[in-house]
Design a protein around this ligand. Sequence first.
Ligand code: ADP
Length: 175
Amino acid sequence: MAQIEVIQGDITRVLVDAIVNAANSSLMGGGGVDGAIHRAAGPSLLEECRKIAAAKRNEAACPTGEAVITGAGNLPVKHIIHTVGPVWHGGGKEEPELLASCYRKSLLLAQEAGLKSIAFPNISTGVYGYPRDKAAAAAVKAVRETLPSAPAVKRVVFVCFDGENYSLYKKLLEG
Ligand code: ADP
């Protein structure tokens, strides 16, 4: 079984095979962790995302709950996995299922690419407004449930930017 860890910090500094980006469905960059990843990766990442978006024509480049994999530009990791978390509307619009799907599909992409380690940010808990405690519980549950289907992945790191998320994940992973 893979090792699951939590750290507090900036995901662009984490050395793993793939870091996950909490993107928006256009894949054209944004604020928060998305902005930080694009700044650190450089313009080749946006170029690659633009090609994925162009191939989708009138559809979303990456619908909510889905994930796509790209190279990592200037970042010292092999890949970036972009996933689109749900906007929190109170919990009745399939937010829990969509958030779980982000973690599951990202892990399955890592498995397909033969990646051994992956780092996740706290998807949807920034401008998308998902309550931190609910998001953390859903994230840990989805990762634990998916790992048996992703045996290539030996290490999962939850990267928390803020102290509140860090405490929540610590508690969940120790329990
Ligand atoms: P979303 O739109 O999915 O809510 P945000 O980027 O606004 O995405 O926030 C998602 C989470 O990423 C938040 O918990 C935010 O604090 C965190 N975050 C922001 N910048 C970074 C970073 N450089 N590394 C890791 N996490 C980050």
